[in-house]
Design a binder for this molecule. Structure first.
Ligand code: URA
Length: 210
């Protein structure tokens, strides 16, 4: 199995991520940056999506032309921080369906506990992009993908803003078939389960709840 990690190294992505990491970046700026960055991430993630050729008619003649194959893509947001990716990604993939996975991290065990799960119908014919800004311990990402796999989607990709070696290992030990797309692999997790240097609590920074 492949254990693919795609590092999104585009200068615009790296520049925006640096601005987001700064502790004095305001909630307003952080939110704008996550919006811009997620549109760029969507562009990279969809690069290898399967395509089909259909016949269309231009004003001049008929031609064979390519479109994305299959039913609409699903953006599966791990609540709540994953929602920060939605608006920007929907700008690039406006027909996408949106699913939600509610998990909270038990503060004592750092294990993920599910409280909500809603996906569109016809998952067997859909490609899913799982959204969570921070792949930290990996526990919630593993639990989210465990649950998603029960719906038997055609493919699953995982996207985050920042991860670390431990998060990648935990995730790929459980789901080696699911590629990770990330602009950054940071040094490590601290004793509270935060990525360092990281960018802090992504949910708090997007929603201004600190
Ligand atoms: N969740 C966050 O929002 N930040 C981290 O660093 C780890 C988990």
């Amino acid at each position: 199995m492949s254990r693919d990690v795609h590092i999104i190294d585009h200068p615009l992505v790296q520049h925006k991520l640096t601005l987001m990491r700064r502790k004095d970046t305001s909630t307003k700026s952080f939110r704008e940056l996550v919006h811009e960055l997620s549109a760029l991430l969507a562009y990279e993630i969809t690069r290898e999506m399967p395509m089909q050729t259909i016949e269309i008619e231009t004003p001049l003649e008929k031609m064979q032309s390519r479109v994305i194959d299959g039913k609409k893509v699903v953006l599966a947001s791990i609540l709540r921080a994953g929602n920060g990716f939605l608006d920007g990604m929907l700008q690039v993939i406006p027909g996408a369906r949106v699913g939600h996975i509610g998990l909270y991290r038990d503060p004592a065990t750092l294990q993920a506990v599910e409280y909500y799960f809603k996906m569109p119908s016809g998952m067997e014919e859909r490609d899913v992009i799982v959204l969570d800004p921070m792949l930290a311990t990996g526990n919630s990402a593993v639990a989210a993908v465990d649950r998603l796999k029960q719906t038997k989607p055609r493919s699953i990709r995982f996207v985050c803003l920042v991860t670390c070696p431990q998060g990648i290992k935990t995730f790929h030990d459980a789901h080696p078939d699911v590629p990770i797309y990330t602009p950054a692999v940071d040094r490590e997790l601290n004793e509270h389960g935060y990525i360092v240097p990281g960018l802090g609590d992504a949910g708090d920074r997007i929603f201004g709840t600190k």
